[in-house]
Write a protein that binds this ligand. Structure first.
Ligand SMILES: Nc1ncnc2c1ncn2[C@@H]1O[C@H](COP(=O)(O)OP(=O)(O)O)[C@@H](O)[C@H]1O
Ligand SMILES: [Mg+2]
Length: 377
């Protein structure tokens, strides 16, 4: 028997409301004129507006112009049958960001012309599946880096040497040209040097590392240098166990992320904020490509900034090498970060909207050197 039978209509309505409000998914009821008639608590946070505010608007005010959702609502109202649509992007200029949802639209038979819309945001695990492919991207650059290191540096030093010889007998005008050759050759060598990090496939030494000491060190480095004008906020879970890692590489990871965050905030901002958080989330389990096993990555480290955010068109390629929007950027920072995190058995994920960009690193828990059966959690 359902709980409804034992209730009066009024308490049944409030019970139904309570159920709707405890759902993690956005539910809105759309009236015959396209106005929002009702919405649950999840809808308030999804659309970043109160129920009262939502009820004063049309659904079309909250979704992108020409969104398939509007057509679906019309279709459901006309046909009286439910439809589903998957992976619809509901990001708008007002509510930017990665808002990929699954839509379930159904008629409300008890209320003529009303349609109920449920939005289900793509699950974290689902979003992460995409990010896992970045490991492959980092790998493909390894072979390239190794080739470049050998095939470019030698001829380059030849070219540079020849330019230096020419310089001795050149007049002033020509000397600017020979200088140019040397400077540009140096620039290429520097680039190749940076790429060699990728080619280095030697196993690194790992030990249990206190992540808070790493973050503290990174913060100190940043604050005494490039991030002087930034306010740092730390929210650490003091009970977090150590992570099995190479300390220097972890410093590299977080230094890169903090540097990017600082560069995104810019020099002129006076309200620049970077938040460092750590947490233990034993619930997150992911399946890795090519394997049925689900891994648990409960160690979560986040770097959050209030800069303008990652340009949307960059998002799908963010962790690829040579992706940069900076005039003198190398685009190797995040590729290296992704490689290191991947080498440690973890993943990195980015969520971005203006004034709220989060880079989230998830890592496995260190369960002691003698592999314990069951792996702890
Ligand atoms: N915190 C951030 N906020 C906004 N954009 C970012 C952030 N981090 C990285 N990006 C974007 O990602 C690009 C690639 O970053 P990265 O791989 O570190 O290369 P680089 O810093 O040399 O440009 C940057 O050029 C920038 O456009
Ligand atoms: Mg960078």
């Amino acid at each position: 028997m359902s709980f409804a039978e034992s209730h009066t209509p009024a308490s049944r309505a409030s019970a139904a409301e309570a159920v709707l409000n405890s759902l993690p998914h956005t539910v809105v009821v759309v009236g015959p004129d396209g106005r929002i008639a009702d919405a649950n608590v999840a809808a308030e946070s999804f659309f970043e507006a109160s129920v009262t505010m939502l009820r004063r608007h049309y659904l079309r005010d909250f979704v992108p112009f020409g969104s398939p959702l509007l057509a679906l609502v019309e279709q459901v109202r006309a046909r009286g049958a439910a439809v589903n649509e998957y992976k619809v992007d509901l990001g708008t200029p007002r509510l930017p960001g990665d808002r990929i949802v699954d839509l379930h639209v159904a008629p409300v038979p008890e209320r003529a012309g009303h349609v109920v819309v449920m939005l289900q945001e793509r699950t974290i695990a689902d979003k992460m599946d995409r990010q896992l492919t970045h490991r492959g991207a980092a790998r493909s650059v390894i072979a390239l880096a190794a080739m470049l290191a050998h095939e470019i540096k030698n001829p380059l030093s030849g070219i540079r040497g020849a330019a230096q010889l020419l310089e001795q007998s050149a007049d002033d005008d020509d000397r600017t040209l020979t200088r140019l050759i040397c400077d540009e050759a140096d620039r290429i060598v520097k680039l190749v040097d940076r790429m060699e990090v990728f080619a280095d496939e030697r196993p690194v030494e790992r030990e249990p590392v206190n992540i808070h000491a790493v973050l503290e060190h990174v913060k100190r480095l940043a604050q005494s240098g490039f991030a002087r004008h930034i306010r740092f906020i730390e929210e650490y879970d003091p009970s977090l166990p150590p992570v099995l890692a190479n300390r220097d590489q972890l410093v590299q990871v977080f230094l890169n992320l903090v540097k990017n965050a600082t560069e995104s905030i810019g020099h002129d901002a006076n309200d620049g904020e970077i938040q460092l958080t750590t947490a233990f989330r034993p619930g997150v389990r992911l399946s890795l490509p090519g394997s049925k096993a689900r891994v648990s990555l409960p160690m979560e480290f986040c770097i959050k900034d209030n800069g303008p955010g990652v340009p949307a068109d960059l998002m799908p390629h963010l962790f690829d090498p040579f992706v940069t929007t900076k005039p003198t950027g190398s685009g190797l920072g995040l590729a290296l970060v992704a490689k290191i995190v991947g080498d440690h058995g973890g993943i990195i994920e980015c969520e971005s909207q203006p004034r709220r960009t989060v880079f989230r690193v998830l890592m496995p828990k260190f369960t002691g050197y003698g592999a314990e059966p069951g792996g702890g959690t």
